[in-house]
Design a protein around this ligand. Sequence first.
Ligand SMILES: O=C(O)C(=O)C[C@]1(C(=O)O)C=C[C@@H](O)C=C1
Length: 412
Amino acid sequence: MQGVEFLAYVGDAQDVQEGAHDFRVESTCPVMGLSNIEVVVKTGQTLIVSKAGMVFESEDQVYNMYNIYAACAAASDLQHHLRHPPPHPASASPTGRRRSRTQALDPAPSDVASPAERCLSPLPGRRLSRPRPSRIPVFEVQKWMSLSYLVCFFPFSGRKLLLVQGKIERVFALFNLKLFCPFACLKWLGGKKSDESDVLILNSIRRSLIQQEDAYHLQPSGEVGRYKSPDEHPFFPEQLLEPVLPPVQYKNILHHAAASININKLIWAVYFHDLLLRLVREGSDGNCGSSACCDTIILQALSKRIHCGKFVAEAKFRESPDKYSPTIQAQARTDKDKLMEMLTHKEVEENVKRRIRIEAMTFGQVLGTAVSAMADPLLLKMKPDLVAELYDKWLIPLTMEVEVQYLLRRLD
Ligand SMILES: O=C(O)C(=O)C[C@]1(C(=O)O)C=C[C@@H](O)C=C1
């Protein structure tokens, strides 16, 4: 990646200016494999300073840099969160270049800059007010920062990293599903092999099981504000409760139309009509409840990956708005196909499938066996080719569907 120029900072770095680091540095350490980045630790602050015009030699370097950055940012915020309760308005000082934390301005809500915004702002010398740390749980900051950071700074590599998030969890969720034979309920239907009507009845049983699961999973998640996050999408929005926690101030990176795009109904249909049939074993082991739990986890994991398409599309649009704008503006029916074509990167898809195969081989090994699973595919929990096929036939096309839906509304 050529010429990324920015200064990333975390903590109270209100006075940091590119090329003018006049603060006291306690220690620095070079980041492994990245000669041009240093993690600088000074009193109460953790900074990652990249040099202007830095060049990444490989995606692994970008990945490394991002991981270290995210870890530092989260750690710094956590430390600050624990050590420094939000300042009282009375202690605010309207002036002063070097405000201490306890003297920091208590900002008006619209003026609140989140840690991510502070990290993202490349403007030298820009003064940013501190947020109220108690209103931003660390895990939210981390997640939100990842998305903002990747889309803004690495529109190309970043979008790949976005899609990689949660991949291991998805693979494990699939393995678990294989453990609990999801056709267990067939026994109740007479124990015969599934035909069309059996599958329909079975799916309605599963549906009600999952709705019961939702009563447990979704509602508390809704209450803590999970679905206010732009990368989370409910399957049953009508069941959600209003969050009891104060809202997180998400930076609005996506176009506002993104909020109305939710293809979970389609994901649901695809999962029960196509995808599941490729995954399950025949017969019954009586684990209906456990397989319904697996369904819930898988559906949510799939939904998250697929709706990441919004961020991917935003990154692609920011990368080359001139390329997409005419097609989006035309809004003709054929333009959907044209957009699909423009968004397709066959070589990237091949890479995605190659990697997921490797992951299925690595994490799908049945441990404790004498023979290496690598050498004997029968010792794997799931055939790597099958996992790749799921990506090929369903996950990638559905991600592209979200990308297209988003782009078609990007200029609204
Ligand atoms: O990385 C991209 O460019 C994407 O649009 C994501 C994705 C995917 O779902 O993995 C989708 C379509 C492309 O053909 C390649 C990959």
